[in-house]
Design a protein around this ligand. Structure first.
Ligand SMILES: *[C@@H]1O[C@H](CO)[C@@H](O)[C@H](O)[C@H]1NC(C)=O
Ligand SMILES: *[C@@H]1O[C@H](CO)[C@@H](O)[C@H](O)[C@H]1NC(C)=O
Ligand SMILES: *[C@@H]1O[C@H](CO)[C@@H](O)[C@H](O)[C@H]1NC(C)=O
Ligand SMILES: *[C@@H]1O[C@H](CO)[C@@H](O)[C@H](O)[C@H]1NC(C)=O
Ligand SMILES: *[C@@H]1O[C@H](CO)[C@@H](O)[C@H](O)[C@H]1NC(C)=O
Ligand SMILES: *[C@@H]1O[C@H](CO)[C@@H](O)[C@H](O)[C@H]1NC(C)=O
Ligand SMILES: *[C@@H]1O[C@H](CO)[C@@H](O)[C@H](O)[C@H]1NC(C)=O
Ligand SMILES: *[C@@H]1O[C@H](CO)[C@@H](O)[C@H](O)[C@H]1NC(C)=O
Ligand SMILES: *[C@@H]1O[C@H](CO)[C@@H](O)[C@H](O)[C@H]1NC(C)=O
Ligand SMILES: *[C@@H]1O[C@H](CO)[C@@H](O)[C@H](O)[C@H]1NC(C)=O
Ligand SMILES: *[C@@H]1O[C@H](CO)[C@@H](O)[C@H](O)[C@H]1NC(C)=O
Ligand SMILES: *[C@@H]1O[C@H](CO)[C@@H](O)[C@H](O)[C@H]1NC(C)=O
Length: 414
């Protein structure tokens, strides 16, 4: 290590002195360590340089405090990234809004687009999205989802995009302006031991602070992680297939959610082969949820009208405490028109809720299960449901649930 540093120092000595004083990349064999510049200066270009110099078999070491004010678009092969320090994105709305990478779906943009294959990101360090300035910005909720415009876009701190064989473990993520993690057009991606905390310190709430969103991706595993936020813990977006999530602790957010789906007229959204097991949800709005848009009279609608299906989804071993909707299928999510007139165009089938225990919040009275289908939901299985409501004996609502095996009585419903 020392030898490498000395070698590099002497190499640098032929460069202008100011460059050495500005931090840089210490290269030792196939290891590239990024030395921060300090003084709030942008380490982004040096991080990009390290990822380039030690791509194809090397290790990039990020063991200090880094300030990043440069969009990171990285295409890597066989790389280890050891993040044991802190990588903090600048609170520079004027830079990031036009420069963060735009990702078609829901106007999302990202600070870091991590693509390629055989990538291992680990190290016990922290990704800091510096979200507070975004939540405190006037009219921060304008626009749709990411609200992307060149004036104001809230970027995602880490997108694994167009990637395969990626393992991300032992990291903390704080202050995400938008979704914490986006898995985008990728396959075989595993997250393990991730600690996510998206908490606002002002009276302005965090916005769209999902733990994970999975889109056009398959063979994704998320395990042994904690999410403290105000939105979905994990969200299975269009074309998330063959996904396993397990051993998650979700605090204060919106639950484990399939969807929303069917948002865009003319598109087909598929979510299939999902297993969610061993999940604790405390003070969450939802436990196990499926949310679909209704249809739309407009051919160009961005609030319903899409087609597709949800099939073979298992929610098991959930423990919910103080959760408004412990189990919910909502086929009229955020839909501006009447869903009885414009019912969803997605089919829901082969859904299993097994070993779901705990308490609702009681804000919806005694209802603990809400299977509210406007089009028919078929082959829904509910086994070993042990949910209570502080408002009285639990009740179960079902609408248009057919050919199903539900152990509770929802015969009073339509
Ligand atoms: C916020 O929205 C209000 C009402 O639409 C508008 O009058 C105001 O100019 C907006 N402020 C900013 C900073 O965009
Ligand atoms: C992006 O946002 C604009 C304006 O807020 C909206 O009209 C458009 O439909 C959004 N696009 C997507 C893909 O959601
Ligand atoms: C999935 O990725 C991991 C690396 O995270 C790799 O070890 C494994 O071989 C990959 N699996 C397949 C089927 O390619
Ligand atoms: C799961 O995460 C906890 C920290 O939350 C850690 O102590 C434990 O070692 C992890 N287990 C595994 C199998 O990685
Ligand atoms: C969920 O809660 C149970 C009971 O408190 C605990 O034994 C289990 O470890 C928790 N699981 C996770 C993933 O936090
Ligand atoms: C999802 O997959 C189906 C089948 O491959 C495809 O027709 C559809 O366009 C995809 N939808 C999205 C949103 O990528
Ligand atoms: C779901 O898994 C089954 C069984 O492995 C497979 O046949 C099917 O193609 C998968 N569905 C999707 C949409 O990937
Ligand atoms: C259902 O999905 C699981 C993965 O979650 C998969 O192992 C199983 O093969 C799928 N079953 C069918 C019938 O597609
Ligand atoms: C859809 O098209 C109508 C005209 O047919 C237009 O008025 C409206 O703004 C369009 N909406 C979107 C979301 O593009
Ligand atoms: C069911 O959905 C309809 C909209 O389609 C809504 O008006 C109604 O309040 C919902 N009922 C329950 C119990 O969720
Ligand atoms: C019903 O769904 C379960 C998965 O929840 C699946 O194993 C079973 O084969 C399905 N039954 C039918 C008749 O499709
Ligand atoms: C709650 O259920 C118990 C046992 O079935 C029954 O004795 C009691 O009358 C019920 N209470 C109310 C308020 O319905």
């Amino acid at each position: 290590m020392l030898t490498g540093f000395l070698l590099l120092s002497s190499a640098l000595s032929v460069l202008p002195l100011s460059l050495a004083a500005e931090g840089g990349v210490e290269k030792n064999g196939s290891t590239c360590r990024v030395v921060p510049i300090g003084g709030g200066q942008d380490d982004g270009p040096n991080i990009l340089s390290a990822l380039k110099q030690c791509n194809n078999g090397g290790t990039i070491v990020l063991d200090s405090y880094y300030v990043v004010n440069t969009v990171l678009v990285t295409d890597l092969q066989d790389v280890n990234i050891e993040l044991s320090g802190t990588l903090q994105y600048t609170p520079n709305i004027a830079y990031w809004s036009p420069n963060s990478l735009f990702l078609t779906y829901q106007n999302a943009t990202t600070y870091w687009f991590l693509s390629g294959s055989n990538i291992h990101l680990y190290g016990g360090g922290t990704l800091d999205g510096n979200g507070q300035v975004w939540w405190d910005y006037p009219n921060a909720t304008i626009g749709i989802a990411g609200g992307s415009s060149t004036d104001f876009a809230r970027p995602i701190p880490l997108t694994v995009g167009n990637a395969s064989n990626v393992l991300i473990e032992d990291l903390t993520e704080i202050g995400s302006p938008f979704w914490n993690n986006f898995v985008y057009q990728s396959t075989n991606v595993t997250y393990r031991n991730i600690n996510i905390s998206t908490v606002s310190y002002s009276t302005n709430p965090t916005i769209n602070s999902d733990g994970w969103d999975i889109y056009r991706s398959s063979y994704v595993t998320i395990e042994n992680s904690t999410v403290n936020n105000d939105d979905d813990c994990v969200s299975f977006k269009p074309n998330a297939t063959n996904i396993l999530i397990r051993d998650l602790n979700c605090l204060t957010g919106d639950g484990i959610s399939v969807g929303s789906l069917g948002q865009y007229a003319g598109e087909t959204d598929i979510v299939a082969n999902i297993t969610a097991i061993n999940v604790n949800l405390t003070n969450s709005q939802n436990g196990a949820r499926i949310k679909l848009f209704g249809s739309s009279p407009l051919a160009n609608s961005t609030a319903g009208g899409g087609a597709g299906y949800v099939k073979n989804v298992t929610f098991s071993n959930f423990n919910v405490q103080n959760t408004e909707w412990p189990i919910i299928i909502d086929e009229c999510f955020a839909t501006p028109v009447s869903c009885s007139e414009y019912p969803t165009q997605l089919d829901v089938s082969d859904i299993s809720f097994t070993n779901i225990a705990g308490t609702s919040s009681g804000t919806l009275g005694t209802m603990v299960v809400d299977l509210n289908c406007t089009s028919s939901c078929t082959n829904i299985t509910a086994t070993n449901i042990d949910l209570t409501s502080p408002a009285g004996n639990a009740t179960y609502f079902c609408s248009n649930v057919t050919s199903s095996s539900l152990e509770f009585d929802c015969s009073g419903s339509t």
